[in-house]
Ligand binder design. Structure first.
Ligand SMILES: [Zn+2]
Length: 74
């Protein structure tokens, strides 16, 4: 079974150090903010490259990137 990155849809190796796995859980609201502890943390069967997650964090979408590249080749 080939696992694909949820953002770029390229094959990904789950055991790789540069691979991130999606998690879900419950967090307790804190009055002063700050880091919240995630309770009942569960891993989801979704993987992404660390670089793709970084791009997302900075608001860059992989799809848009390739779209603009195609446009400039014409
Ligand atoms: Zn990726």
């Amino acid at each position: 079974m080939i696992i694909l990155c949820v953002f770029c849809e390229e094959p990904i190796v789950p055991s790789d150090r540069q691979t991130l796995q999606k998690v879900t859980g419950w967090e307790k609201k804190r009055r002063q903010g700050g880091a919240n502890q995630i309770i009942l943390r569960e891993t989801l069967p979704e993987y992404a490259h660390a670089l793709c997650v970084d791009d997302r964090k900075h608001g860059i979408h992989q799809d848009q990137g390739s779209f603009f590249k195609e446009e400039s080749n014409r």
